[in-house]
Write a protein that binds this ligand. Structure first.
Ligand SMILES: C[S@@+](CC[C@H](N)C(=O)[O-])C[C@H]1O[C@@H](n2cnc3c(N)ncnc32)[C@H](O)[C@@H]1O
Length: 273
């Protein structure tokens, strides 16, 4: 069993925010907007909000006044999210935020009173199957839309390609599926498990591919992502580090120089009751 890294770095979330915004699917948001009530204030619960990037992206795309309830177990990240709230709604209506320290796996339907929408971004892979099942059950019982964006699905493409890429990728995916004190994490299986879990409850899910596509303009993010990717792979696979030392240094130099195109596959899921 690998002991969990319990905290997500705010600096990492800041660095990825523009790429996340570029990757999320706008067509799902159009569908969502048509479905949401046009009267009253929308109450939106963002699960695992981190520094609040989902709200900064989504709130200005939806019309009407909105109250965002931001859930995270990391109070330092919640402080940042509260200090950097979203801009106004698409029609200029006000948007307010309410940080709420929470373990999202412990939330019950009563914690979502008056919810108009539940969102999460880059969260599902961090859950175990039991935790996801519990969360889906709560979401399905609310009868409101659910937008789950940017779940990694385990495909990484690097250009130019290298024969060692697939070996590192497999070790990284195994790390994402690692056993923890809470059980085995879903990692790249989370999006498919969520679709299946909703469908078993008779709830249809719209799925869109939302890859990160990092090129020279995103060299800083590509280099940081590569460092984390290879670090997790080496943590997972005993002996890999010594075998790929020169590969790791060469690829990192390419990423820093903007000479490595990186595509990381994700999926966005939308449930409209
Ligand atoms: C990869 S970050 C994504 C943050 C944000 N949604 C975004 O897209 O930038 C995952 C976030 O989920 C939070 N998180 C993970 N498991 C959680 C749990 N069980 N309860 C509450 N927050 C959790 C972490 O603290 C972290 O802020």
């Amino acid at each position: 069993m690998i002991v969990e890294r319990t905290r997500t770095s705010g600096a990492w979330l800041d660095l990825r925010e523009p790429a996340d915004a570029a990757a999320r699917d706008p067509e799902l948001v159009e569908r969502l907007g048509r479905h949401l009530s046009s009267t009253g204030c929308l109450v939106i619960h963002d699960l695992g909000c981190g520094t609040g990037s989902m709200g900064r992206w989504l709130a200005p795309l939806l019309p009407g006044p909105q109250h965002w309830i931001l859930h995270d177990r990391d109070e330092d990240l919640l402080d940042v999210a509260a200090a950097e709230p979203p801009g106004p709604a698409a029609d200029g209506a006000p948007v307010s935020v309410e940080p709420r320290p929470s373990d999202v796996t412990q939330l019950r339907p009563g914690d979502f009173a008056d919810a108009s929408l539940v969102t999460a971004s880059a969260l599902l892979d961090l859950l175990t199957r039991d935790e996801l099942t519990g969360l889906l059950g709560v979401c399905a019982s609310l009868g409101c839309p659910v937008l789950l964006s940017l779940s990694v699905v385990g495909r990484v493409d690097l250009v130019p390609a290298d024969p060692l890429d697939s070996r590192v990728s497999a070790a990284f995916d195994a790390h994402q599926r690692r056993m923890t004190e809470r059980g085995r994490l879903l990692g790249p299986d989370a999006a498919a498990a969520a679709v299946e879990g909703f469908r078993q409850r008779g709830v249809e899910v719209l799925v869109r591919a939302t890859p990160w596509r990092l090129a020279a303009a995103e060299a800083d993010l590509a280099a940081e992502w590569f460092t984390g990717w290879i670090g997790a792979a080496c943590e997972q696979s005993f002996g890999l580090a010594s075998e790929i030392d020169s590969y790791a240094r060469r690829r990192l130099a390419e990423a820093r120089a903007g000479e490595l195109a990186v595509s990381v596959a994700h999926a966005d899921l939308l449930v409209l009751p």
